[in-house]
Write a protein that binds this ligand. Structure first.
Ligand SMILES: *Cc1c(COP(=O)(O)O)cnc(C)c1O
Length: 322
């Protein structure tokens, strides 16, 4: 296997994405600081291009293509933010993009992907294997497959958000980020271990899908069924062959948050901070709140990973919570 990516890859990624990705704002809230008795810094990747940090990794991976790869094109499979990240990055770089999406993906997501110029190939998620479809398309047309998390260039790109955060506010004592397949967490950990060596680094999963926590405790990748949770960006069934060893080496612990806690955070971020954050994007904040007794007097980073949530769904989740 290739050597694991390093902080140097995150630095190179941050140069590559400069001028294309937004340097997203870091926001604070007096209310949160008072509740925590700590300084809490929110890195707002919900305000990133296409609405999530995934643009960073997608753009970094595509920017490294050879002229031949660029000419032939890219293929990705995803129902969510990775699809839009690849479609938008490909459009900017003039690379043809094919995105494999489930037939029952939200119409808005399919439309957004097409709107960025991607060719959408639909599949039946109950009878067909999206990975196989992606690989077949890659083989047949010479496309380069870019997976959503288990790829050195993708995770190095994702790490640029944590790098920006520490460069802006200084070394942190604790950092909380959502965890799906681990691209965001492993990339963030590369940046934090280099820039804030004493920082405690926490990945946060939905309670219903704690495969990462199980894997971390067991020391081997654990596979689970697709978890039932409103955090649709973290419904991954297992960590990756590259992300897992990085997480094992650099991360302090894996925590979980319930769907009810995520809705509560969504409501708070919307009403107090005027931020629209999707359920998955609230995982880090939810866990930090649960742990706030241990964070007193500390400097805490919370990564809000994305804001792509249909407004009707956003409203109904909040209404159902009362
Ligand atoms: C993809 C995604 C995640 C999880 O990222 P991984 O790199 O798979 O761990 C978290 N939040 C949002 C908004 C996402 O789109």
């Amino acid at each position: 296997m290739n050597p694991l990516p390093t902080y140097a890859d995150v630095v190179a990624a941050s140069e590559r994405i400069q001028g294309h990705a937004h340097k997203t704002p870091v926001l604070t809230s007096r209310t949160v600081d008072e509740q925590f008795g700590a300084q809490v810094f929110f890195k707002c990747e919900n305000l990133q291009r296409m609405g999530a940090f995934k643009f960073r990794g997608g753009f970094n991976a595509l920017a490294k293509f050879t002229p031949e790869q660029r000419r032939l094109g890219v293929v990705a499979f995803s129902s969510g933010n990775h699809a839009q990240a690849i479609a938008l990055s490909a459009r900017i770089l003039g690379i043809p993009a094919t995105i494999v999406m489930p037939k029952d993906a939200p119409a808005a997501k399919v439309a957004a992907t097409k709107g960025y110029g991607g060719t959408v190939v639909l599949y039946d998620r109950y009878t067909e294997d999206r990975e196989q479809i992606g690989r077949e398309l890659a083989d047949k047309h010479g496309l380069t497959l870019i997976p959503p998390y288990d790829h050195a260039d993708v995770l190095a790109g994702q790490g640029t958000a944590a790098k920006e955060l520490v460069e802006e506010v200084g070394p942190l004592d604790a950092f909380f980020a959502p965890l799906g397949g681990g691209g965001l967490l492993s990339g963030s950990a590369l940046a934090l271990r280099a820039l804030a060596p004493d920082c405690s680094i926490y990945g946060v999963e939905p309670e219903a899908g704690n495969d990462g926590q199980q894997s971390f405790r067991k020391g081997a990748i654990v596979n689970i069924e697709v978890p039932k949770t409103i955090a649709d960006g973290a419904q991954t069934q297992h960590l990756g062959a590259i992300t897992f060893p990085l997480i094992q080496r650099d991360v302090t612990d894996i925590l979980t948050a319930s769907d009810a806690e995520l809705v509560d955070c969504m409501g708070f971020l919307a009403s107090r901070m005027k931020l629209v954050v999707e359920p998955t994007g609230c995982l880090g904040f939810a866990a930090a709140r649960r742990m706030k007794g241990e964070l007193k007097g500390r400097k805490v980073g919370v990564l809000l990973s994305g804001g792509n949530v249909d407004m009707a769904r956003f409203a109904s989740l909040l209404a159902a919570a009362g």
